[in-house]
Design a protein around this ligand. Structure first.
Ligand SMILES: Nc1ncnc2c1ncn2[C@@H]1O[C@H](COP(=O)(O)OP(=O)(O)OP(=O)(O)O)[C@@H](O)[C@H]1O
Ligand SMILES: [Mg+2]
Length: 260
């Protein structure tokens, strides 16, 4: 049964989508069956996976509105994993489902029927705490938080952990932070190192050892509709995301072992 993971942080531009796309691709390279769900009306994860957001027959919008079964909205990509795409139509969904009973659990229910077909379902969230993001956080086993090592990242930390606590209490008792990922990392920068040390203190083992360096190839790849591993596989960014996938798999193995 798939582990369902949201990539979330209310702060914009911290590398959520880059992480969602490249983690999905890296897990697929490691022979895992992966579904990437784009829950952002910007549709960046969709485009970054080489799927045209404006040509979608069905998107996550149709799933949330209950118009098609989730299986119908799954598209193949050329990059090793499957995608439920998104586009600007998603921005109208919030209003449409606002008065619906069980509105926070629509995605959770929908994903239930495909959970057995994948090893990982990765959900890319928008930088907000809309009902759409709440649907994502209610559906997952864990949330991965990408963070840029800058001063404002620390400022947003309390908000973010409070949000996660609130959702855990109200909607999803299983919700946990599975890991915190340092993105756009520049080891030469003293502030990066300071913030990084604070994150270590705050999150302890939840902070991934793997850091994602600032790498221009990571920023270029989406324009070609390709995860970095298919764009330039020897780049630092590609190696880093493969390492992240490997670290994640290793940690989940250790965890499973400890429960056995
Ligand atoms: N490690 C990196 N090195 C260089 N550029 C990066 C890296 N990670 C992300 N970027 C670039 O930074 C910008 C923001 O990244 P991304 O879109 O992944 O963030 P996001 O958190 O999904 O943003 P939003 O909150 O708008 O959804 C993008 O232009 C992306 O290409
Ligand atoms: Mg994004």
């Amino acid at each position: 049964m798939a582990q369902i993971i949201a990539i979330a942080n209310q702060k914009g531009g911290v590398g959520k989508t880059t992480t969602a796309v490249n983690l999905a691709a890296s897990l697929a390279v490691l022979k895992k069956r992966v579904l990437l769900v784009d829950m952002d009306s910007q549709g960046n994860a969709t485009m970054g996976s080489g799927v045209q957001k404006n040509d979608l027959l069905y998107s996550i919008t149709d799933v949330l509105l209950g118009e098609v079964p989730v299986e119908t909205a799954i598209t193949k990509s050329e990059v090793g994993y499957k995608v439920i795409g998104s586009n600007r139509e998603l921005s109208g969904v919030e209003l449409a489902i606002a008065d619906q009973q069980g509105r926070e659990f629509i995605l959770k229910k929908a994903l239930d029927s495909v959970r057995d077909s994948f090893d990982y379902i990765i959900i890319d969230c928008a930088p907000s705490l809309s009902l759409i993001t709440v649907n994502a956080l209610a559906a997952v086993d864990g949330v991965m938080i990408p963070m840029q090592c800058e001063y404002y990242a620390l400022e947003g930390l309390a908000d973010l952990t409070q949000t996660i606590d609130r959702i855990q209490q109200a909607l999803n008792p299983d919700l946990q932070i599975i890991g915190v990922l340092r993105t756009m990392y520049d080891a030469r920068n003293a502030l990066t190192r300071d913030v990084s040390a604070e994150l270590e203190q705050f999150f302890g083992k939840k902070l991934y050892d793997t850091v994602i360096p600032r790498n221009v190839r990571l920023a270029e790849a989406p324009a070609h509709g390709l995860p970095i591993i298919y764009f330039e596989k020897s780049s630092k960014g590609a190696v880093a995301y493969l390492n992240l996938a490997a670290e994640m798999l290793k940690k989940s193995k250790v965890k499973k072992g400890s429960h056995a």
